[in-house]
Design a protein around this ligand. Structure first.
Ligand SMILES: [Zn+2]
Length: 247
């Protein structure tokens, strides 16, 4: 049965001279992979080849029996063409797309994550400064973790619920506890690493992220990328481009 939805493209690969296989994040359907037959022809029902961040109304035949779905129509709106105007902004967008694809499963709808992704891409392309783009990416990554139920515990000790206070002499994060561990509990965790106070303050209270320094943002992003690497059991393709920016 043909189904209508709204979607943004997370990934696309050429399948033949004229077709593409696209991975979309759709408002009602969640993640779906489909073949777009003829999308690379000059005249098609897709308003030109599908690209990453292509956005618009889709009509598709859902996947059946292990087969790919079929995209039959894509009315593209030029909503996110501006993302390419900033290289770092584009890299932040690509990182978000890679994460959504890697951390979700097909046919598991999440309209709220669709809203968050659209809002993130909208904010990203209206933001010119790399440091602001990085802060937007951090907020989106935390939102994604929340949406999929894997948000780390960042306001209190994950072991004893002792609230995080600026007076903890050393702040550890323990992946096994998926959260901060306080000075009284840290000895129980072998696998742990230290977070700085400015980075932890911003993570514990996201309003502080706005006023955080470049080095705190970079530390938070490194922490999050390491966290994602553990979750998906491989490094992210986009990670080095996010972290190597020097300014
Ligand atoms: Zn504790």
């Amino acid at each position: 049965m043909l189904t209508k939805d709204r979607a943004v493209c997370l990934r696309c690969v050429d399948y033949s001279e004229t077709s593409q296989v696209v991975t979309l994040w759709a408002e009602q359907a969640g993640k779906l992979a489909a073949i777009a037959k003829g999308s690379r022809r000059p005249k098609s029902a897709f308003d030109g080849p599908v690209e990453i961040f292509s956005f618009g109304s889709i009509v598709y035949q859902p996947a059946r029996g292990g087969q790919l779905g079929t995209l039959t129509e894509f009315q593209q709106q030029p909503l996110f063409r501006g993302i390419r105007s900033s290289l770092y902004g584009l890299q932040c967008g690509l990182c978000a797309a890679e994460l959504v694809e890697a951390l979700t499963i097909p046919a598991d709808p999440n309209p709220s994550l669709f809203e968050s992704l659209i809002q993130f891409l909208t904010d990203l392309q209206s933001s010119a400064k790399p440091d602001d783009q990085l802060a937007l990416l951090i907020l989106f990554q935390l939102r994604l973790l929340q949406e999929i139920g894997l948000l780390p515990i960042l306001q209190q000790c994950a072991n004893c619920s002792n609230p995080y206070r600026g007076n903890w002499r050393t702040i550890f994060f323990a992946p096994d506890a998926n959260g901060l561990v306080c000075p009284d509990c840290e000895a129980a965790y072998h696998d742990k690493f230290v977070l700085s106070r400015p980075a932890t303050d911003a993570l514990a209270d996201l309003h502080r992220l706005r006023d955080s320094s470049h080095s705190a943002r970079k530390e938070i992003e490194k922490f999050l990328l390491d966290h994602f690497t553990r979750l998906i059991h491989r490094p992210l393709k986009t990670a080095s481009a996010i972290l190597t920016r020097t300014s």
